[in-house]
Design a binder for this molecule. Structure first.
Ligand SMILES: [Zn+2]
Length: 1066
């Protein structure tokens, strides 16, 4: 052999090429004889219908070459096959190549998923045709007119092309030459070992693989260091590369493609290389089959049900032939879908779960967004998920599995631990745009100090293909070298489903222990994490949130979904509180457990990591809004039923009409607020009322405020409002020129600035439109100043004062805002309506405040955290747009200003300016995103002392959980409170019936100030016994709580979440 590396390499490449020299190369011999179906016919439908309904339709003749569609239709094919008897002893495949995603049905059961994009184009009929086997058979192919990634027009994430056609390009029976295939796999591995040093920069397949363009752009992407990808792999300096190359070259010499008797000698040459073993120090890769299926994204929920079936049936077929194959499968919702739509397949899955091959992981209902769901929503993700896995498979999951969401809340470690989980797998932080995350295997510590063992597969992917370069990248990239010598590799097509292939498995078999490559074993999450746990002593710890430095637009995109989420979280909270109290008070009220489970599951489904973030197509948005409407409708009915039971006697209206009002408070503190209620005459009027902590009161007369709201219009058009606590001065465009705390005379608005200033930004990201807002948008800020209607007084004061104005925003949008100040209320509300018609613009509202602090505080799940207000380091400025829940605060010692909101999540605090992100207008994947009428409310609250002592947290709850006012006609009676707490640091968030225990109630509390505190929980419910339990409602050891005169004594550490099981007296 001559020493010309390139000709040797390319010679081998041509020998296995599917494009070149197939007339004489090895690849051209992969298939032997073929024959066409004896009959092919089809039936098309716009609906996704069951098999039984499809097969009785009228089928018309079809031909290979025909095109079907348009997008989202389904085409059912009936395929009559007759295997030639001459093929006896041969391996026979049914090969199907078409656009779209197919499912083969045989004898009324799904048997094989087919997608060209997922490298699945054949169904193995027999591995060796026997005479006794049926030679004639009928198959059905259910073809979904959408690709693995939907049907984006021109680009993957563009809105779907509604008129796409899907062509059938091949349908035939073929003889499959297994010996040719095996040799092809040998050569592929040798070639990859030999040539990886010649790869183009950016990735093994010549495509950019960075997070910014996802291989979808043609531009040479600057994200990739051209040297990085090439140096990691076996290179020209590496003798292993040459050994592989020379072996491959020798195989081409030895192998006569027309004479299979030459193949064994060729295979022995390959085996000689593969069997050269590693030294003991070599890294071990734990490979696990996986298939990331987005529960909805570029396709609707309904299609996902079929994606699950197509992907999982394929996994089952693979397991039949590969008993070593393991498959980690997340999302209880997807199991539930397959259980109800494909019971036959589900039964097979249950068998393989029992065998330990099909492995449920994750523990959650769906792979949810990691930032925006409330604390209780996250608990329910686990509660619904783990209970499902326990009921269906007899065990809960021991690892949280969330490879693909846009950041991870710092409260997650505690919630995981509370749900029986101490292990976590993700990889999304590899998409960071600015900073490289410093670990792949580490302990992640949450805001309360809980720690979970965390692993990011160093190959930076959850959908690997079992290729040499992926294995080498895994070893090279691992940032914990020396500390851990094990990594995970998840292999299988993902996002749109697909899963592993036989080819991937066969590649990895050859690489299992070969000098120069890491050791590769097919493993399980449990085996893998158990090994890590043994090596854990040297691991580093990352404290706080795992913030993704990308996709920060997802805190704001699709504002109606965000609003639906917040509202429905509130509705389910209130229904649970009121229903639980109704049960405790009356022996007859039935807790609506199954309805609540159904509504929770809808809410949890919509929290999926492409739905709640707003990164989905319009069809998905429609479904999501439909589910929210269903929760609102059913929720208000359930609320009404609970109310009737709880205080029905009080609500009996006499002929005189409503003389009084029952005021209900679902929050755990007493509240005095201005409400709107129905007067005896039937008109709405304001009243100042007091409602007890988690309970109700009957109110006749409004209270007199210690100081009424005064509203005064000045000569220059500005308006002042004050209520004895705060005083505000508004200019004619609705901006705050002054906001003072009356007692301290402390000014909140920064000198010379205006607060409540709207600003519009150009919002054109680099690729991920609905996902990304880029740092440079900040350079395009334009204050919104075009007045349509100057500020006018709308309510003159007394219990409530308000003033209203309108602005033009951008080209053609309008904004109307009512600024409201209530008696006794420590904050000012901004009730806002926007007719939003912009394109690629970002609307925010800004509050420049007179506070100096290097950190701002943001509410997260069951707690809060701080983020810097400066841009010192790349880690600081990469967080130019962050997320928060109900409030954010900027405080210095003794004083601060908080901004509260009722349905927003995007926020930022730079220097002394607090900004709330209001609306975006991306065009992909939903061209109509956010073009709508929007309503939302936010508030600003200056305060003395710390935000904790000033009650910012409680005020944000009050804004989000309005008092319920129900007309009644009874005499006043004593207020009734179900629960109250002695410390304002502790919040009782959840009151619900225990799962499967109608005689017990679960209450969940958390420490909200970041303090160590002891508090008494008092209750008027008839309690027999109380014990601490975990988030899955399992009593904890030594969790018994004595019932004392003052209630139950509870001790909290900062941000600790406690759940208590209260057994009611029957
Ligand atoms: Zn995903």
């Amino acid at each position: 052999m001559l020493k010309h590396r390139r000709t040797a390499l390319e010679r081998v490449e041509k020998f296995v090429s599917a494009t070149y020299f197939t007339d004489c190369n090895l690849r051209g011999r992969l298939y032997g004889d073929s024959c066409t179906p004896t009959s092919l016919s089809c039936f098309q439908t716009p609906r996704r219908i069951p098999y039984s309904e499809a097969v009785v339709q009228e089928f018309r003749p079809a031909r290979v070459g025909d095109a079907f569609g348009p997008t989202w239709e389904t085409c059912w094919f009936r395929v009559e096959l007759s295997i030639p008897p001459a093929w006896a002893g041969q391996e026979v495949h049914f090969v199907w190549e078409s656009d779209g995603e197919g499912m083969v049905w045989r004898d009324a059961q799904p048997v094989q998923g087919l997608t060209k994009e997922g490298e699945k184009t054949s169904y193995v009929l027999t591995s060796s045709l026997k005479e006794t086997e049926p030679h004639s058979l009928t198959l059905y192919v259910e073809l979904a007119c959408n690709g693995l990634f939907g049907a984006g027009e021109g680009s993957m994430i563009a809105p779907p092309d509604p008129d796409r056609k899907f062509t059938l390009s091949k349908a035939e029976l073929v003889v499959f030459n297994r010996d040719v295939y095996e040799l092809l796999v040998d050569l592929e591995i040798l070639l990859d070992m030999a040539q990886t040093c010649l790869l183009p920069p950016g990735g093994p397949r010549g495509k950019c693989i960075c997070s910014l363009c996802f291989g979808m752009t043609d531009i040479v992407c600057s994200m990739i260091n051209p040297n990085e990808e090439t140096t990691q792999l076996l290179g020209e300096e590496n003798q292993r590369s040459f050994q592989a190359l020379y072996a491959a070259n020798q195989i081409v010499n030895v192998c006569d493609v027309k004479d299979p008797s030459t193949f064994p000698a060729a295979r022995e040459l390959a085996a000689a290389i593969f069997s050269q073993r590693n030294g003991e120090s070599q890294h071990t890769i734990h490979a696990m089959g996986h298939c990331h299926i987005d529960s909805a994204w570029l396709w609707p929920y309904e299609e996902t049900i079929r994606k699950c079936a197509r992907s999982w049936v394929t996994v089952i077929r693979l397991m039949e032939h590969n008993p070593e194959l393991t498959f980690a499968c997340s999302q209880a919702q997807q199991f539930e879908w397959v259980r109800s739509w494909y019971p036959g397949l589900y039964a097979q899955i249950q068998d393989y779960v029992a065998k330990g091959q099909f492995i449920p992981v994750g523990g959650t209902w769906v792979e949810m967004d990691g930032n925006l769901p409330s604390g209780e929503s996250m608990v329910r993700q686990f509660l619904q998920g783990q209970r499902f896995f326990q009921q269906q498979f007899g065990q809960i999951c021991s690892e949280f599995w969330l490879p693909d969401t846009f950041g991870y809340s710092a409260q997650l470690p505690q919630l995981m631990c509370g749900c029986g989980i101490k292990r976590f797998l993700t990889q999304k932080l590899s998409w960071n745009l600015v900073n490289t995350f410093p670990h792949h295997t580490f302990f992640w510590e949450g805001i309360d100090g809980s720690r979970v063992l965390t692993h990011f597969p160093p190959g930076d992917s959850y959908g690997m293909h079992g290729r040499v370069e992926e294995m080498l990248k895994t070893v090279k990239n691992n940032r914990d070298k020396g500390r851990v010598n094990h990594s995970a590799v998840l292999f299988g097509f993902g996002d749109g489903g697909g899963g592993p292939t036989q080819n991937m498995l066969d590649r990895m078999k050859r690489m299992s222990d070969t000098d120069g490559l890491p050791r590769i074993q097919i493993s399980t999450p449990d085996r893998f994490f158990s090994v890590l746990e043994k090596e854990a002593s040297q691991l580093c710890t990352w404290v706080g949130e795992l913030f993704l430095e990308l996709h920060n637009g997802t805190y704001t995109t699709q504002a109606q979904i965000k609003k639906g989420n917040r509202e429905c979280e509130r509705i389910l909270h209130d229904v649970e509180v009121l229903s639980t109290l109704a049960v405790a008070q009356s022996g007859t009220f039935q807790y609506p457990a199954s309805q609540l489970q159904q509504l929770w599951r809808l809410l949890l489904l919509n929290q999926f990591h492409d739905v709640l973030p707003g990164s989905c197509i319009q069809l998905v948005v429609r479904d999501a809004l439909k589910y929210y409407a269903e929760i609102r409708r059913a929720g208000s009915r359930l609320q009404e039923e609970a109310l009737q039971s709880l205080c029905g006697e009080l609500l009996q209206l006499r002929s005189g009409g409503a003389e009084s009002t029952v005021v209900l408070n679902t929050l755990p503190w007493e509240r005095t607020e201005v409400i709107s209620r129905t007067e005896p005459a039937g008109t709405e009027a304001l009243a100042l009322v007091t409602a007890p902590s988690m309970g109700y009161a009957v109110v006749r007369e409004s209270l007199l405020p210690p100081q009424p709201v005064a509203v005064i219009k000045q000569e220059d058009g500005s308006i002042t409002m004050k209520n004895g606590l705060i005083a505000v001065c508004l200019d004619a465009t609705g901006r705050l020129t002054s906001l003072r705390l009356v007692h301290s005379e402390r000014e909140s608005v920064a000198d010379g600035c205006r607060a409540n200033q709207f600003a519009l930004f150009d919002d054109v990201p680099l690729y991920w439109d609905a996902w990304d807002v880029m740092d440079y948008h900040l350079e395009t800020r334009k204050p919104v100043t075009t007045l349509l209607k100057p500020l006018e007084i709308t309510l003159a004061g007394g219990l409530r004062g308000s003033a209203t104005f309108s602005l033009r925003v951008g080209e053609s949008s309008t904004l109307t805002q009512e600024i409201i100040l209530d008696a006794m209320c420590p904050y000012i509300c901004f009730k806002t309506q926007v007719d939003w018609k912009e394109s690629h613009k970002f609307l925010k509202v800004e509050f420049p405040v007179q506070v100096r602090s290097t950190n701002a505080t943001y509410e997260i799940q069951f707690g809060h955290l701080q983020r810097p207000t400066h841009w010192n380091t790349s880690w600081d400025w990469a967080r130019f747009e962050v997320w928060a829940h109900k409030w954010m605060d900027l405080s210095e010692h003794g004083f601060g200003v908080a901004v509260l909101n009722d349905c927003k999540y995007g926020a930022s605090a730079h220097r002394n300016v607090l900004s709330l992100s209001l609306l975006r207008a991306p065009k992909s994947p939903d061209a109509t995103a956010d073009i709508a009428h929007h309503q939302f409310t936010y508030a600003v609250m200056p305060h003395q002392g710390s935000f904790q002592n000033a009650g910012v947290i409680q005020c944000a709850y009050n804004l989000n959980f309005p008092l319920h006012a129900v007309p009644a006609s009874c005499a006043p009676c004593p207020a009734w409170s179900a629960f109250s707490l002695s410390s304002p640091a502790v919040i009782l968030e959840t009151v619900k019936q225990a799962e499967d225990r109608p005689e017990a109630v679960v209450v969940r509390l958390y420490e909200a100030h970041g303090s160590t505190v002891v508090t008494w929980l008092q209750t008027s419910l008839p309690i027999k016994e109380a014990m601490l339990c975990d988030l899955l409602e399992r009593p904890t050891a030594k969790g018994h709580l004595p019932l004392e005169q003052q209630g139950m004594k509870l001790s909290f550490t900062p941000f600790q979440v406690l759940s208590i099981l209260l057994v009611l007296k029957q």
